[in-house]
Design a protein around this ligand. Structure first.
Ligand code: FRU
Length: 483
């Protein structure tokens, strides 16, 4: 395989080498964000599923650590460590703690391909999450099913118990379980089928989120990952949770999307993050294109909240403040700044020398029907990716038709999200990092995440409009590699 260093992101997580898919066991512990991830320690493709491990203080720069939970192979059984979550058992309800130190408990799916079985296992760590011991009496939940996976656990204080969401994949249902000790689980309820049900449900999780910034107003959001019409999809339901049952206030025939691109998948949130933040991290799938010596990367972490709109209560997502607070430390010098310049201005060819940058912009479309930014432009060619807004269609868009034709199916070349803009002004954040592109519209109302594969010299950035649009403000940071 040919090494592809120019596609290695500078400010997003990738394993040092080999494959990753879903983020697992996200937990903030002892001042650090822990990231476990679905990992093949041996090859640059899916297989030998284990939990890889890395930690970060700022969600930008990551320290790579040894595999935390490896596959287990015995004479007749291979156990792969599939997706799941981790909790700090502060009250030592499990009894796994030693010397008064709370254990970290991982709850995950054991996939046993020879037995065609998936069941839920637990493992515990007494060294701060570096290594885990498998619980001797695993599995803790076994329905003798082929597809039953991705447990996500949290402590629910009113009933003083652990609550798990886990996927009944082919039934398009999320099953809720409760436990006092993380070992014995009883069924609480089922949610679903609802929303999109054409493919198997995976990676469910339930989160309490603040509504319109009012800390006392909390609604619960249930996330489910599944294959959609155009690739990966994460749908969500807003509702209430009483410790036993989740009741959706989102119309169950409606499909609410977390992301409108073709890459964001299997996202879960950090447990115990500082400032009570709910921070979502997804896997960005890179489909057909080989990258080497790693494959797969994580999204930028998203801070989540709920917002009241004409469509009802909807999810709002912005790059996490933990990232933005530290960003300047990774910048190549001062940001480029523009204020009130016409899109036709020659100064809007923005100089870069790499494909790791971050743009915050406000564009007044004036009489233009479409306007936005061209990124990853290759000099002397018309190769680029266009990110912008279409007034007539009222859509935020990422248009890859003039780039990387081999890497996307035709229906994914143009990715769009329905979005209104106020006063004709588009607000966007555009994050380009090696081979990923993430676009946040209207302060986090809509997100489009996708993978792009620009040539090494495709570092051009400029503005475009089919009329007299004006860049009200633009700030662009070049970002350097973290190692
Ligand atoms: C989602 C998923 C999970 C499973 C894991 C296996 O991408 O299929 O349902 O636990 O990947 O790697």
């Amino acid at each position: 395989p040919v090494p592809t260093p120019h596609w290695r992101p500078a400010y997003h997580f990738t394993p040092a080498k080999n494959w990753t898919n879903d983020p697992n066991g996200l937990i903030f512990l002892n001042g650090e964000f822990n990231l476990y991830y679905q990992h093949n320690p041996f090859e640059n493709k899916w297989g030998h599923m284990s939990w890889g491990h890395a930690t970060s203080k700022d969600l930008i720069s990551w320290k790579h650590l040894p595999v935390a939970i490896p596959e287990v192979i015995s004479h007749d059984t291979t156990t792969w460590i599939y997706s799941g979550s981790a909790v700090l058992d502060v009250k030592n309800t499990s009894g796994f703690g030693i010397n008064g130190k709370p254990p970290l408990v991982a709850v995950f799916t054991a996939d046993q391909p020879n037995q065609k079985k998936e069941s839920q296992f637990i493992a515990y760590s007494n060294d701060g999450g570096l290594s885990f011991k498998q619980y001797a009496k695993n599995p803790v939940i076994d329905l003798h099913m082929r597809d039953f996976r991705d447990p996500n656990v949290f402590w629910y204080e009113p009933t003083k118990q652990w609550v798990m969401t886990v996927s009944m994949v082919d039934d398009h249902m999320v099953r809720f379980y409760g436990s006092k000790n993380l070992k014995d689980w009883t069924k609480l309820s089922d949610f679903g089928p609802a929303g999109y049900t054409k493919n198997g449900w995976e990676c469910p999780s339930l989160l309490p989120l603040v509504v319109d910034g009012d800390q006392k107003n909390i609604k619960w959001v249930l996330f489910v990952s599944l294959g959609g019409e155009h690739g990966p999809l994460i749908q969500y339901f807003v509702g209430d949770f009483d410790g036993t049952t989740f009741t959706s206030i989102t119309d169950k025939s409606k499909v609410m999307k977390v992301d409108y691109g073709d890459a964001f998948y299997a996202a879960i949130a950090w447990r115990d993050a500082p400032e009570n933040k709910k921070i979502l991290l997804g896997w960005l799938q890179n489909g057909r294109q080989e990258t080497y010596p790693w494959k797969g990367q994580m999204s930028i972490p998203h801070d989540l909240s709920l917002k009241t709109t004409d469509e009802g209560l909807v999810l709002n997502q912005l790059p996490s403040v933990f990232v933005t607070r530290s960003l300047s430390k990774y910048a190549n010098g001062k940001p480029i700044e523009k204020k009130n310049v016409a899109v036709t201005d020659k100064g809007l060819k923005l100089p870069t020398n790499s494909n790791a940058y971050w743009i915050d912009a406000e564009i007044d479309l004036k009489n233009a029907k479409k306007a936005g930014l061209n990124v990853v432009e290759k000099p002397g060619t018309d190769k680029k990716v266009r990110v912008g807004y279409d007034i007539e269609k009222q859509e935020l868009f990422v248009d890859c038709t003039t780039s990387e034709k081999n890497n996307k199916s035709p229906e994914n070349l143009l990715q769009t999200a329905p979005m209104n803009i106020t006063g004709g002004v588009l607000k966007i954040k555009v994050l380009v990092d090696g081979s990923s592109l993430e676009v946040f519209g209207n302060d986090g109302e809509k997100v489009i995440s996708t993978m792009i594969y620009p040539d090494q010299d495709a570092t051009g950035v400029s503005a475009f409009a089919d009329g007299e649009a004006v860049i009200k403000s633009l700030k662009m940071w070049g970002l350097k590699g973290k190692s």
